[in-house]
Design a protein. Structure first.
Length: 194
């Protein structure tokens, strides 16, 4: 459990820096824009590696990862719907679309749906800590962004099109299906479908 928690603390500490403009600007003044981005990226990757290793270790050592609750099988359907929405929002973060204009911060929406969906499907302590902390961080970051941006999105003028929406949905659906049928079993080791 300790490696997972260390990875999460490192990841969220690094990701709290952008929510504090004075701290972020001070780091940029000291190390330059590129130095800040490189440091941010390196620390984020290190944290993610520690998180993945810590979480994996918990999954293969059930005695160290107590089950807090047993999710009803019916919640798997809700998780699938939330994950579909998560993939669509993930793609919307990168493709100009009316959906991106409406949501303003689709990446944070994707993280919220991903985390909440996995909280519904997993009742072990490691999963609750992992997905619960990402859900809490995404909510905090969205509130923080709203106050820092005065309600504006990060993308400036609205530029989305219906064609962009179609692309977002088609690509999001393809990524979702790929993860359901291939990615999750191959990368995570857990089949999504029975």
């Amino acid at each position: 459990m300790i490696p997972l928690i260390i990875g999460l603390v490192l990841f969220f500490t690094v990701h709290l820096v952008p929510t504090k403009p004075e701290l972020r600007n001070g780091l940029i003044a000291r190390y330059g824009e590129n130095g800040y981005k490189i440091g941010f990226s390196i620390l984020s990757v290190i944290a993610l590696v520690i998180i993945v290793m810590g979480y994996h270790k918990l999954q293969v050592m059930p005695g160290k990862n107590p089950v807090i609750w047993y999710p009803p099988v019916a919640l798997r359907h809700a998780t699938l719907l939330l994950m579909f929405a998560s993939f669509v929002l993930l793609v919307a973060a990168y493709i100009p679309s009316k959906l991106r204009d409406m949501v303003k911060h689709p990446m944070l929406g994707a993280v919220k749906f991903w985390a909440f969906g996995h909280l519904l499907a997993n009742g072990d302590m490691g999963s609750i800590i992992l997905f619960g902390s990402f859900l809490a961080w995404a909510i905090y970051d969205r509130v923080s962004l709203k106050s820092r941006e005065g309600g504006r999105g990060p993308l400036g003028d609205k530029q989305g099109t219906l064609l962009g929406d179609a692309a977002v949905i088609v690509i999001g659906a393809a990524l979702f299906m790929g993860m359901v049928y291939w990615g999750h079993p191959a990368l995570i080791g857990v089949p999504v479908l029975p």
